[in-house]
Ligand binder design. Structure first.
Ligand code: ACM
Length: 640
């Protein structure tokens, strides 16, 4: 009986494997499936042919395989004659593009070929996704007899060379191990750049040996928990217990770890704004020297809205008219340039509150001396001097799109975050551009409705992230280096929430940056939303196998609220993905699939307090119980 059961099982697995469409993220350039599966032998042999980088990739893969499978995987260096399960090989086939690879799984095993090591590495990431989800396990999966891989031929290469994710380690500090873990997760989806936002008002996170107070003072703040911007200011003499920083050795370790996995680290030192932590250490760098503190997330920047300029109630800027500021920055960038081998240094440049500059006699004198007609030109003067410093260390400068104000520095690259218009303008002026528009790529934004998500001031659904295209109409694709998504961490206190915020939206960004441009702007062959979400769901299974948290917001209903007459609320519900049934209640009890199913817009009963909704698929709950106060619906409908 056991034998029969086993045979049935194998047939089932095989048939299933043949018929399943690819679940790869990002989708490869081309993939041809064939009937059949290759099953890894109990002691799989890997041949690594080419150079020591290929051997290292083989070792990384073998280490992971032997740990998860319990098989004693061996790596054989430079040996094409030994019978192998997996061949990783460098070739000189010039038809394989940069970072590209060919992967073939057939009767005689698995071959990954590329003409540079990075390509072999990406081929291995694809191979991992072709293996059963158990390969993601953090513990040994034994006994397990299904290390099956479908027969397939894949040709693949990235659309963009800059495929980034930014992690803000200032607002909340993440340890070296946590940053490595973040990198391990994102590299599976073929990101190749980790941008570390190392400094801000809430903490200076990089040791600068020539300026020790930056980390002795600037890396620490009083501890607060709650909503950023509403947290209480430090009390006099209160101990600064929250924080941390990376030593030079930490950075060397992070850089090596990343480089071994073909990831560059882009360091960001955000000046002249966002500099309270630096000023807490060296107040003399401000135009308004005095007492400064590292902000715990209290309110000192005012955003009036309605087109009015933001301003600070506390000066958090480095003074552009102070020569000491440039001496300071020279010291900082000397060490940054030595520590980070990547060719670019990010100098921030965003959101500079200039209301204190306006009143500064020093700034007025600078304007006269340098013939600067307004504060945009003062800011531009600062940025151009910073660029000279950075260029003098043999690096290129990149900054947020505010560096265009008052005239861009001659060699600067622009990271466009306030939409894509800054990037377009920079590209037209011949500057390099990385697109990172907030409305498509800000992973700190809520993934769904604010009634259920941890509150942040804006939202970005998965579907919108998947519509990102870094090359706007009419712009030469060659002028755009690529794109990235950014995770600001004002509201991200720990790594579980970090994971929740990046997944699944980083899947969308990964595919946007790697996979070929869609044949049509939307709904084209390669950007098929329902195909994408079905792959996302299979990667949810992989994240679960890896013990990684993700947001299920794509299963939650979307509320569209209007009013009828003057006081009646009408609620339209929809879902981001197909095939879900929405069940609801107005009577305060928790709905399930026996409750009414939403089919047409709801009229809210006059005295109801809550609308509760939940989504089901095949009679199983998939969305979360959403509890919407009627008072909130009233507000959204514009009813007083
Ligand atoms: C930014 O989000 N201030 C670059």
């Amino acid at each position: 009986m056991k034998k029969i059961l086993f045979a049935v099982c194998v047939v089932f697995i095989s048939a299933d494997s043949f018929s399943q469409p690819s679940q790869l993220i990002p989708q490869p350039v081309s993939e041809i499936r064939e009937n059949g599966i290759y099953t890894l032998s109990n002691n799989p042999v890997i041949s690594a042919i080419g150079n020591p980088d290929i051997e290292r990739i083989g070792q990384q893969f073998a280490h992971h395989m032997s740990f998860v499978t319990g098989y004693g995987t061996t790596v054989i260096h430079m040996s094409s004659t030994v019978k192998s399960d997996i061949i990783l090989a460098l070739s000189d086939d010039e038809s394989i593009p940069k970072e590209g690879y060919r992967l073939k799984v057939a009767t005689n095993g698995i071959t990954i070929t590329a003409n540079e090591a990075a390509g072999v590495f990406y081929g291995v990431q694809t191979l991992l996704q072709l293996l059963p989800k158990q390969i993601e396990s953090k513990t040994a999966v034994k006994p397990f007899d299904g290390w099956n891989i479908p027969f397939v031929t894949i040709e693949d290469h990235p659309r963009f060379g800059w495929r980034g994710l930014m992690l803000d380690v200032s607002r909340h500090f993440f340890t070296v191990a946590e940053v490595k873990d973040f990198r391990d997760q994102i590299v599976k989806y073929k990101f190749n750049l980790l941008h570390l936002h190392l400094t801000d008002d809430q903490g200076w996170r990089l040791q600068i040996k020539s300026l020790p107070k930056l980390t002795e003072v600037g890396a620490w703040r009083v501890e607060r928990t709650g909503n950023f911007g509403t947290l209480s200011k430090p009390k006099p003499g209160e101990p600064t217990t929250y924080g941390g920083f990376y030593t030079h050795d930490d950075i060397k370790e992070l850089v090596k770890y990343a480089a071994d996995r073909f990831v560059n680290i882009l360091p960001e030192i955000d000046v002249p704004g966002h500099s309270l932590a630096a000023l807490a250490a060296y107040p003399e760098l401000s135009c308004t020297p005095g007492e400064y503190y590292v902000s715990p997330g209290d309110r000192f920047m005012i955003w009036p809205g309605g087109g009015q300029h933001f301003y600070g109630t506390l000066d958090n800027t480095i003074c552009p008219a102070n020569e000491k500021a440039y001496e300071f920055l020279d010291k900082v960038f000397t060490e940054v340039a030595e520590l980070f081998p990547f060719g670019y240094i990010h100098m921030g440049g965003d959101e500079t509150a200039r209301n204190f500059w306006e009143k500064s006699e020093q700034v007025k004198a600078l304007m006269q001396k340098e013939k600067l007609k307004d504060l945009d030109e003062v800011q531009s003067y600062f940025v151009k001097r910073v660029e000279k410093i950075i260029n003098s260390k043999g690096k290129k400068m990149i900054g947020w799109d505010e560096i265009l104000q008052g005239g861009i520095a001659p060699n600067a690259a622009v990271m466009s975050w306030r939409g894509m218009k800054g990037g377009v303008e920079a590209a037209k002026q011949g500057h390099e551009v990385v697109m990172s528009p907030a409305d498509f790529a800000y992973l700190d934004y809520m993934q769904g409705d604010g009634v259920i998500e941890p509150p942040v001031y804006a939202s970005l659904r998965l579907k919108k992230a998947y519509q990102f295209d870094p090359v706007p109409e009419g712009i030469d694709e060659k002028l755009i280096k690529g794109g990235q998504a950014n995770l600001w961490t004002e509201q991200v206190y720990n790594t579980r929430h970090l994971q929740y915020m990046i997944w699944p939206r980083a899947f969308a960004i990964a595919e946007v940056l790697w996979s070929p441009k869609p044949a049509r702007p939307s709904g084209g062959e390669k950007r098929n939303w329902s195909n994408f979400t079905s792959r996302v769901e299979s990667h949810f299974d992989r994240l679960e196998a890896a013990g990684v948290k993700y947001s299920p917001a794509m299963y939650d209903p979307i509320f569209e609220v209007s009013k009828k007459d003057t006081a009646t609320i009408i609620v339209k519900l929809s879902t981001e993905i197909d095939g879900l049934a929405i069940h609801y209640s107005f009577d305060n009890s928790f709905p399930d699939n026996f409750y009414p199913e939403y089919t047409s817009p709801l009229t809210v009963p006059k005295d109801a307090s809550f609308l509760k909704v939940i989504t089901y698929r095949n009679n199983k709950p998939v969305g979360r119980m959403m509890v919407m106060p009627i008072a909130e619906l009233k507000k959204r409908a514009g009813i007083k």
